[in-house]
Write a protein that binds this ligand. Structure first.
Ligand SMILES: [Zn+2]
Length: 341
């Protein structure tokens, strides 16, 4: 019997070459130029499957998921810091998964008929090489025919690098020049306050991610005068609400869109992967600020969308990340929505 390979080679990890994966594996943050060039060529030379965007409806709302690129990460410890190798191995085998997987950022754009809303802005130019670029949010918005100037509201689920990194460009310009920005008030206060820097630096996050997160938070004062602050659970605009889901960050929130009889729960980062987060909701990603609280929020949101049979979106789930959560005994299962052409 031929055994499937379970370990990616060092080269294949390098080929994907993100600072995130490399740093997390304890390897020096050094990517050979040839491997980097190969990664860039693979990512940029040919069109992505699906051209980097996907349209669907939420009642009368027109929604589009835009890809912000991708990168490779090792499941342990990044998505399951409290799982042992012995606990992880049978889960990977049962789900035909490798120990290093590709992960994405799915950026949601919703046209309500009154305004065009973008939820979370990806890595911007703060991590790379394939996360956030080659091609990232900006290029894929263009492919979908969505001009950055046409975004009216940018809603943020929480203040981590991969969710606010795209608000301000490298040259210091606003990426969405006509938009108003919306944050949970206490989340904004944390990321513009005096505690975040030392807390990020002493967290288990990979070094490249720590640095980028601090850089991204330093951009926030620049958009303060164009920002609006909403209470946890409050209304963002008609048909769009924050739902409190703290723990991943101090005031992390999910975002519920409702139009007619349909709803979509943008789950933010209560769940990072259909297998590790849903089948094992007690596994904690290294990014969780308060892991015990994050587990409570994960189960609460998963329970809600499973019970209410609400369409859900996973920001880091395989593109486009739209589907339904089904309860399975003490855990959950992801039913991805079939791709509609
Ligand atoms: Zn995230």
């Amino acid at each position: 019997m031929i055994k499937p390979p379970t370990i990616l080679t060092r080269r294949s990890v390098f080929r994907a070459g993100t600072g995130l994966a490399v740093a997390a594996m304890g390897t020096p943050l050094l990517t050979p130029a040839s491997a980097l060039a190969e990664g860039v060529r693979q990512a940029g030379a040919e069109p992505l499957n699906g051209d980097g965007f996907y349209r669907f409806k939420i009642g009368d709302f027109q929604a589009t998921v835009i890809s912000d690129g991708y990168g490779q990460i090792p499941i342990r410890p990044i998505l399951a810091m409290n799982a042992s190798e012995a606990e992880l191995a049978p889960v990977l085998k049962a789900n035909f998964m490798q120990p290093v997987i590709q992960i994405t950022n799915n950026i949601l754009v919703v046209d309500t008929g009154r305004e065009r809303i973008l939820v979370d802005s990806g890595f911007g130019e703060k991590l790379g090489p394939s996360f956030g670029s080659f091609p990232g949010l900006e290029a894929n918005l263009g492919r979908a025919g969505i001009a950055p100037e046409s975004i009216d509201l940018v809603v943020t689920s929480h203040g981590h690098l991969d969710h606010i990194g795209g608000l301000v460009t490298k040259s210091g310009a606003l990426a969405f020049p006509k938009a108003q920005f919306v944050f949970v008030d206490t989340e904004w206060n944390y990321w513009t306050g005096s505690r975040y820097e030392s807390e990020v630096n002493s967290s288990p996050m990979p070094d490249g991610f720590k640095k980028g997160t601090i850089e991204a938070a330093r951009d926030l004062p620049q958009i303060a005068s164009r920002s609006r602050f909403v209470k946890q659970g409050g209304e963002i605009t008609s048909g769009v609400h924050y739902i409190a889901a703290p723990g991943h960050s101090p005031s992390h929130a999910t975002i519920l869109f409702a139009s007619g009889k349909e709803q979509l729960m943008h789950m933010g980062d209560i769940a990072h992967h259909p297998v590790t987060s849903l089948q094992r909701p007690n596994w904690s990603p290294i990014f969780d600020y308060d892991p015990a609280q994050a587990i409570k929020s994960r189960k609460s949101i998963l329970n809600r969308v499973a019970t209410d049979r609400v369409m859900a979106m996973g920001y880091h789930f395989p593109f486009p990340g739209i589907g339904h959560v089904v309860r399975r005994e003490a855990a959950y299962h992801w039913e991805a929505t079939p791709w509609i052409w």
